[in-house]
Design a protein around this ligand. Structure first.
Ligand SMILES: *Cc1c(COP(=O)(O)O)cnc(C)c1O
Length: 399
């Protein structure tokens, strides 16, 4: 055994970093200047942006900026306390009513982020006496929420309903409550969960459903209500969570559902009770975004048309393995981490910014592209041509 003080107790951190570098898993930030949108600037260079969650192009919209600025003038920059003490402002309640209306639910509660909404909601709904059955590809916040809750976690392979049923058959009777947890739009793949089927299974097994609409809200459904709306499931009781940080161009998370559910969370969700209320500026911007979504439904149809166009263009290229997608998230699978990094670099040289996503974020390396309502067909053509030239150059070198 090493004598106390003989070794550096932090030495393992440098070792871990080395391992990350060796596996091509190391990641770092890059600063994007300006307001986001389809055209961005990094280190003074212009890029077409296919890595944004700002699906409707609202994050830089003058009306959101005006709403945030007005809220700051009226309420100040910080909400100065937790919601149950001094941090609750009228703008929070207005936002809760607006998102509940968009979702067609009784009520809603606004958290400081989607990540916190997921942690706090799962930990409030279930504990060690209970069972969580979850899709393998669920977002990190749902996986961490499951751990935090202390409930027994059974994971089924992505969208594998047979395994979902099998888990319930084997385990459901041993536990008090049960919740089936799934992303509605899978964030790293872009496909949808099989919600109508999952609802039927949940009913059969007396299980709750928690569905994460982070990439569905403001993206899918006739009014932007999300995958729940698109798939015709709005009438069914469930726990819907999501974020204002993606299509709605702001920041903050929410849970919508029955009045009892929301009332219960206000009393039991630790990540809501013991954190400072969402800033007035973020709340006001999110509320303005919901109003624009309702007034300008053309943004939704344009977003869907752009996603379709990208998928169609990619499918004309030979030897491209496009993953199934029913959303503005479109991925092509790439052999390994090194290849996807060089593809990302190649695109960057062409002035195109798209995410090279690698393990451990996802099981297999991929280029992940997101389209926005504000992209033009010409922008998408440039992306596809940039990608095509990567493989053309590669096969040229190999021959
Ligand atoms: C982004 C995301 C979250 C977290 O939302 P934030 O508001 O950014 O914390 C949760 N779930 C999914 C599926 C997401 O994509």
């Amino acid at each position: 055994m090493a004598a106390p003080g003989a070794s550096n107790p932090y030495g393992w951190i440098a070792q871990s970093l080395k391992t990350l570098h060796r596996a091509n898993w190391y990641r770092q930030v890059q600063a994007i200047d300006g307001q986001g949108g389809p055209k961005i600037s990094i280190d003074g260079q212009p890029y077409l942006n296919f890595a944004s969650n700002d699906y409707l192009g609202l994050a830089g919209d003058p009306r959101l900026i005006a709403a945030a600025t007005a809220a700051i003038s009226r309420y100040g920059t910080g909400s100065t306390g937790s919601r149950l003490l001094s941090g609750h402002r009228p703008i929070h309640r207005q936002l809760e009513q607006a998102i509940a209306q968009l979702k067609g639910t009784d009520d809603a509660v606004v958290f400081s982020s989607g990540y916190l909404a997921n942690l706090g909601t799962l930990a409030a709904l279930v504990d060690h006496r209970d069972l969580i059955v979850a899709d393998r590809y669920n977002h990190s916040s749902l996986q961490m929420g499951a751990r935090l809750s202390g409930a027994v976690l059974a994971v089924y392979d992505h969208n594998n309903l047979e395994q979902l049923r099998q888990n319930l058959t084997n385990l459901r009777h041993q536990y008090r409550r049960c919740v089936i947890v799934t992303d509605s739009v899978f964030s790293m793949d872009g496909d949808l969960c099989l919600l109508p089927e999952i609802l039927t299974i949940a009913d059969r097994w007396n299980a709750m459903i928690m569905v994460d609409e982070a990439h569905g809200t403001g993206v899918l459904g006739d009014t932007g209500g999300g995958a729940v709306e698109l798939l015709g499931c709005r009438h069914h009781p469930m726990v819907q969570v999501g974020t204002f940080s993606k299509a709605l161009g702001s920041l903050g998370g929410y849970v919508t559902g029955s009045a009892e559910l929301i009332d219960f969370l206000r009393n039991r969700a630790a990540t809501w009770i013991y954190t400072t209320g969402l800033s007035p500026a973020a709340a006001a911007a999110a509320k303005a975004a919901i109003a624009i979504l309702t007034q300008e439904p053309k943004r939704l149809t344009q977003l869907a048309a752009n996603a379709n166009y990208l998928r169609q263009r990619l499918d004309t290229l030979p030897n491209i393995n496009r993953l199934p997608s029913e959303s503005p998230i479109v991925c092509i699978q790439v052999k390994d981490a090194a290849t996807v990094l060089s593809l990302g670099q190649h695109l960057k040289h062409q002035g195109i910014f798209a995410a090279a996503v690698r393990p451990p974020t996802v099981p297999t390396s991929r280029l992940r592209m997101t389209v926005m309502a504000t992209h033009t067909e010409g922008d998408i053509d440039r992306l596809v041509e940039g990608m095509w030239s990567f493989w053309a150059e590669k096969s040229g070198k190999e021959h």
